[in-house]
Design a protein around this ligand. Structure first.
Ligand SMILES: *Cc1c(COP(=O)(O)O)cnc(C)c1O
Length: 453
């Protein structure tokens, strides 16, 4: 095939990129980003050879990347990509299957169905649940909440898919004041409003304060967070869910990264009781370490998700196989269940647990090392997130800038309950003990030099 050479050249460039990640600065050089301007020109009148296209992509693109695929990127909450999931992604890319219909592309639907069962198993969620393979946490929240909106309005005698929200009974929506900003966006997309929510105050770790829960009445949706992006803390599901159920509310869990704690022995207690909820959103592109884009919308009543997402509202004919497009906002889409299947098969239950626990162990090591050097850790390190203050806000900001510039590792800044902090998030399969020691040494070197200088 004429394109073999082209694909080989792309693969070779990818190997070289991954191989050199360890030696380069984590952040891209400023001039590499500036050089991207050279790509900005009018669409050419004449074709460019595919080899030339890939060469440009590598020469200009690769140096302008952040090394998130390596072991020393700790910004935001961003995982890497397990080699097996990247390889599966390449092969599935070659297949170019449209995962929207099992009739057209049986493999995509079959692997999603298997991955669905395995996910529910490792996360200890109700086995009857349906999983929608969507683009990320934001869309997973949107999709699962759409199922909730369907059910709470149907109970109130209203068919929201047919009639929309004009004239519908009002839905009470309860969130924590610490809810992720994208949860508000999802609520906005659903017509429930970003701001017309009841915000429950939270404690010092960012957990919803159960004693502050008001009296609510159906129709209602209550959103719980499993894994605060700053502290890693979980809302107390054991107290919130029974309270929500008393008023007939739908309970949704935003567990974009935290839900994976349920796959472990050591950290599963954080997520105790979450299986009593009605729906859950999580990301596979964060802690399961599959390539972008991959989020998971999980809904206990599979029929509710189907009713909210199916193109035709008709009930599923008995005996019909699972139609993937009935569980996601999209019709045509890539077969992202392939990488989830590959990651889970490769890791097995023990491997998933080991990867999650390893990241948490690394987070503890960061906290211990920074604290031993006299810096303050602002959160209880319960999972994979560490907040460190190097001193006053200005000094901490300068330390973060210095650490980013040093290039050994990359962490971002945040403000936690009024305190400026650097946030360390460990969620890549690629991070080794050596990466942690190297990064810790760099953080201390930069902060100490700033103090003296
Ligand atoms: C990352 C994150 C999201 C958004 O997920 P995306 O995959 O970026 O859309 C939502 N909620 C929480 C708690 C997150 O950490």
């Amino acid at each position: 095939m004429a394109s073999n050479k082209l694909l080989e050249s792309a693969a070779e460039r990818a190997y070289a990129y991954l191989e050199h990640l360890d030696q380069r600065a984590v952040a891209p050089a400023v001039d590499a980003v500036v050089r991207l301007d050279e790509l900005a020109r009018r669409i050419p009148e004449e074709p460019t050879s595919p080899e030339q296209v890939i060469r440009l992509l590598d020469e200009y693109g690769s140096p302008a990347t952040m090394a998130t695929a390596g072991g020393r990127f700790f910004g935001f909450v961003i995982g890497g990509a397990l080699p097996v999931s990247l390889a599966a992604n390449w092969l599935a890319g070659a297949w170019d299957q449209n995962a929207g219909s099992s009739q057209i592309t049986p493999i995509a639907g079959a692997l999603e169905a298997i991955a669905q069962a395995w996910l529910l198993d490792v996360l200890h969620l109700p086995t009857e649940s349906a999983v929608g393979f969507v683009t990320g946490g934001t869309m997973a929240n949107f999709t699962a909440l759409a199922a909730g909106r369907h059910v709470v309005l149907e109970s109130a005698g209203w068919d929201v898919e047919s009639k929309g929200l004009f004239g519908a009974p009002e839905i009470t929506v309860v969130v924590s004041e610490e809810a992720h900003p994208t949860l508000h966006k999802s609520l906005g997309l659903l017509g429930l409003g970003r701001e017309r929510v009841i915000r429950i105050p939270s404690d010092k770790q960012g957990r919803m304060r159960a004693e502050a829960l008001p009296e609510i009445h159906a129709p209602a949706i209550v959103c719980i967070q499993a894994g605060n992006v700053n502290t890693g803390s979980f809302d107390p599901a054991i107290e919130i869910i029974p309270w929500a159920k008393r008023s007939g509310a739908w309970v949704h869990v935003d567990g974009a990264f935290g839900l994976w704690a349920r796959a472990t022995e050591q950290h599963k207690n954080l997520g105790a009781g979450l299986e009593q909820a009605d729906s859950w959103a999580t990301d596979a592109h964060k802690w399961l370490n599959v390539p972008y884009d991959c989020g998971l919308a999980i809904v206990r009543q599979s029929e509710a998700l189907r009713r909210a997402m199916a193109i035709s509202a008709a009930y599923l004919p008995v005996g019909e196989s699972r139609a993937p497009a009935d569980y996601t906002p999209e019709l045509s889409r890539r077969a992202r269940g392939v990488e989830v299947w590959a990651a889970l098969l490769s890791l097995g239950r023990s491997g998933v647990q080991e990867m999650i626990e390893r990241c948490c162990r690394h987070a503890h090591r960061f906290a211990e090392g920074l604290q031993a050097a006299g810096f303050s850790i602002l959160n209880d390190v319960v999972l994979n997130q560490v907040l460190v203050s190097f001193g006053d806000p200005d000094f901490t900001k300068r330390a973060i800038a210095g650490i980013q510039q040093d290039g050994t590792c990359w962490c971002g800044g945040t403000v936690w309950q009024g305190q400026t902090a650097m946030r360390i998030s460990v969620c890549s399969w690629a991070t080794t003990d050596e990466d942690v020691e190297k990064s810790l040494a760099a953080m201390l070197r930069v902060a100490t030099a700033l103090k003296q200088g």
